[in-house]
Design a protein around this ligand. Structure first.
Ligand SMILES: O=C(O)CCC(=O)C(=O)O
Length: 345
């Protein structure tokens, strides 16, 4: 990704193309990019209210009106994470939920997915507020994510569920603000190796060399079989405008592009699937609850003195996929111990 040149997305036409055409393109290319799909005024309202929340917490300059100009403040704790104060204020406004269910979007998704659509309940929290620079953000006790999302396939997080991601810019985004890039043709490659190092989510390596460096540094592959990382990959990207929507298949490789501007990059990334098909526990769980559960899994591993570098990451992965559902019968600690025992035996 660093130094990559980008090929623009191919446009799809929500007004003139029929369901069969859109479905065939989605199956082949793994994505559909629409300009002016969502009512721009609806997106502008979300943008303005998000700017208001960022301003109230000191991340955006006081005088900023319709541009989220970054104040230079770094989050003290988890402020910008899904379980943080800024996100909580935005969720309370109910605007993301409304945007995720915008009739023009739901109608189109019905055509793309070929039936009634289930809009994931955690969409109300799915906002990204990306600062420029190289620091990471961490939820209270849980996983640590970079402000520049590394290459990954969403399928890893929610496998084996068939769903789609819809990435929506909440501001106009040019190359300096970055945005999102998709790996051309990656839908057909299978699941790539996914790396963690303790609580640090590393994603998919940029190259075999980086994978070896990660391994030497204690990184661990927790899922995926395709090797080689993203070396030589052709990336797709266009400037984004408010009203655009990028719909992509969960096996599409995608990555955030570094934000080199003086603005906070704001976007939403919603998830949808065909009603009645197998889903994932996170789709109907409040993200604050999910993050609390993740934190507890890490805490149990730490309390048991398990060191990162192998078993730690694999137990984390097992419990992350299982979710908190069995908590009524077994404590998280008991489940961590059980999985540890299974791995030892
Ligand atoms: O907006 C970003 O930087 C990342 C979004 C993303 O990777 C996702 O929605 O899965």
């Amino acid at each position: 990704m660093p130094g990559s040149t980008f090929t623009p997305f191919e446009f799809s036409d929500h007004k003139n193309e029929d369901a069969a055409t859109l479905q065939a393109r989605f199956a082949q290319s793994g994505y559909l990019f629409f300009r002016n799909l969502i009512d721009r005024a609806r997106v502008e309202e979300v943008r303005d209210r998000v700017i208001g929340a960022l301003k109230a917490h000191g991340f955006v300059n006081e005088e900023a009106i319709s541009q989220p100009t970054w104040s230079g403040k770094w989050p003290e704790t988890n402020e910008l994470s899904p379980d943080g104060a800024v996100t909580a204020d935005i969720v309370a406004l109910g605007l993301l939920e409304e945007l995720a269910r915008a009739p023009e979007l739901m109608k189109l998704l019905g055509r793309v997915l070929g039936g009634e659509v289930f809009c994931w309940l955690d969409n109300k929290t799915r906002i990204r507020m990306m600062l420029s620079g190289k620091k990471s953000m961490q939820s209270a006790d849980g996983p640590k994510f970079s402000f520049t999302t590394p290459g990954h396939q969403d399928y890893y997080f929610f496998r084996p569920v068939e769903f789609c991601t819809v990435w929506i810019p909440l501001m106009d985004i040019d190359e300096t603000v970055g945005g999102l890039a998709l790996g051309k043709g990656s839908k057909h490659e299978g699941l790539h190796e996914v790396w963690w190092k303790g609580k640090d989510y590393l994603g998919v390596a940029e190259s075999p060399v980086q994978a070896e460096e990660w391994r030497a540094d204690g990184g661990v592959v927790v899922a995926g079989t395709v090797k080689g990382g993203n070396e030589g990959r052709a990336w797709l990207r266009s400037d984004f405008r408010m009203g655009d929507a990028l719909i992509f298949h969960p096996l599409m490789m995608h990555a955030g592009i570094a934000n080199d501007s003086d603005m906070v990059r704001i976007s939403a990334d919603f998830r949808y699937q065909k009603q009645g098909t197998q889903t994932h526990w996170e789709s109907h769980t409040d993200m604050v609850e999910s993050v609390r559960y993740f934190g507890e899994v890490f805490r149990c591993l730490d309390d048991l003195g398990v060191e990162p570098g192998g078993v730690y990451e694999r137990v984390w992965e097992t419990l992350r996929l299982e979710g908190p559902g069995q908590q009524a019968h077994y404590s998280v600690a008991a489940r961590v111990e059980k999985v540890l025992g299974q791995m030892a035996g």
